[in-house]
Design a protein around this ligand. Structure first.
Ligand code: NDP
Ligand code: PMR
Length: 395
């Protein structure tokens, strides 16, 4: 019954596209004011001071002890410092749960890279995160200026970058017309893929400089972008086609707002953006893993049916989706559990393999999952990379 209600929920907003029928086919730039806000933000200033005090004290201890210690104990000392992890979209859902899980260990300082500072501060407080374990910094992924400004602000904070988690996303299943980023890219691909693409490319230098024992760049993927699964076959299916819309700039004017050049469909745009996320992770792996030792990974954390991701879906969907996933597909995971999973990909010493798309089985044990043909297409990954480079102004 839940299935039929859910499918009617879908057909309500996509007139004439019932699931049964389709089954066969299968804020702008943070310029000076934002910069000042961050620069004079007491949390950041305080954290920066605490961080440099801490490093100074570690350095002075090391200096005093140097003559007496051997190399092995120096190495051990190095690993004593807290890891420093940037998580985008840490103001709710998976990002917040991961921030909380990492902060609670006392071994991580979490930089919550969020578009809504106050929301993030409230979320961190209500999650019970203690102040010395996190810093909030402004990042709006739907503006490339904001991405660049974030990178500048992050560098000014003086913190190292040990792990970057590209988690934020928007999903617009009921939109009839496309919305656009500050630069005029369709919003879902612009935010979920292009914003993160620029962020990751710019922060590669910072990751490279880190002396942390296991440096990682993680891009959250999803089952719904993978057409080798039942979930990935729920229409509209992800498909990047020949990338003609992406190459045209996704602006909906002289090019389509969709990557494959087709008519706008918000649900498909999200799934396409997730393929881009998974392809980008693999392309990073091919280009940089050997040279840098950085671990590149993606994951499907499970169906976290209660998060803000579904905020724009119709109310009936939001009511039925959690029980449907809990009792019928059994793919449901709580926000807390999903946070533990992503936290493992950030910090577990056994998950250092690069180029992997992680998933978890019923007993919550991680395993290397298979990506769909399109989500593992080497040629497409290179093309997505090259076109994206042009769109974000790196080539
Ligand atoms: P949420 O909506 O709870 O979290 C998304 C986060 O992204 C929010 O913090 C949101 O900020 C932030 N965000 C959105 N737009 C921007 C922007 N322009 N700039 C900066 N941050 C932004 O959703 P989830 O926790 O469910 O999603 C997290 C990730 O998990 C996504 O990558 C999603 O694709 C993935 N995922 C989710 C699944 C699920 O079942 N929920 C399943 C598989 C993957 P704000 O709080 O201000 O809105
Ligand atoms: Mg899906 C094992 C079956 C399974 C799983 C794990 C998911 C996950 N879904 C499954 C099956 C089905 N879903 C079936 C059979 C249907 C038809 C009734 C169905 C429908 C459905 C809808 C309408 N499912 C959805 C939607 C959404 O709007 C969600 C979406 O696609 O967001 C992009 C969604 C999801 N199902 C999932 C997961 C994880 C999602 C959402 C989040 C995401 O991929 O990021």
């Amino acid at each position: 019954m839940a299935t039929s209600l859910l499918s009617s929920a879908v057909s309500i907003h996509k007139e004439g596209k019932s699931l049964v029928q389709l089954k066969e086919t299968t804020s702008l730039g943070t310029s000076i004011s934002e910069h000042l806000k961050t620069k004079f933000n007491p949390t950041i200033v305080r954290s920066k001071r605490e961080y440099s005090q801490r490093t100074r004290s570690i350095r002075s201890q090391t200096a005093v002890m140097t003559p007496a210690v051997n190399r092995a104990s120096q190495e051990k000392k190095k690993t004593l410092r807290k890891g420093s992890v940037v998580i985008t979209g840490a103001s709710s859902g998976l990002g917040l749960a991961t921030a909380k899980a990492l902060a609670e260990t006392g071994k991580w300082h979490v930089i919550m890279a969020c578009r809504d500072f106050l929301k993030a501060e409230r979320a961190a407080k209500s999650a019970g995160m203690s102040k010395e374990n996190y810093t909030i910094m402004h990042l709006d992924l739907s503006s490339l200026d904001s991405v660049r400004q974030f990178v500048d602000n992050f560098r000014q904070s003086g913190r190292p970058l040990d792990v970057l988690v590209n988690n934020a996303a928007v999903y617009q299943p009921t939109a009839r017309e496309p919305a656009f980023t500050a630069e005029g890219f369709e919003l879902s691909v612009g935010t979920n893929h292009l914003g993160h693409f620029l962020l990751s490319r710019l922060l590669m230098d910072d990751l490279n400089k880190s002396d942390y024992p296991s440096k990682r760049l993680i891009i959250v993927g999803s089952i719904t972008g993978n057409t080798n699964t039942l979930a990935g076959n729920v229409p509209p299916k992800a498909n990047l086609g020949d990338l003609r819309g992406l190459a045209g700039g996704l602006n909906g004017l002289n090019s389509s707002a969709m990557i494959d050049g087709g008519n706008f469909d918000g649900a498909k745009a999200y799934k396409d953006s997730k393929i881009c996320n998974m392809l980008t992770m693999q392309e990073f792996h091919r280009r940089y893993h050997e040279e840098t030792g950085i671990t590149f990974a993606s994951l499907y954390p499970g169906c976290i049916a209660t998060t803000g991701l579904f905020r724009e879906h119709i109310p009936l969907f939001r009511t039925l989706f959690p029980p449907f996933q809990k009792y019928i597909t059994k793919g449901f995971v709580s926000e807390e559990e999903s946070g533990k999973r992503l936290a493992q990909v950030v910090s577990d010493p056994s998950l250092t393999k690069s180029g992997v798309y992680w998933s978890w089985n019923k007993d919550s044990a991680s395993f290397e999952n298979q990506l769909s043909q399109e989500a593992s297409d080497v040629d497409k990954a290179r093309k997505v990379w090259e076109v994206s480079e042009k769109l974000v102004g790196l080539a």
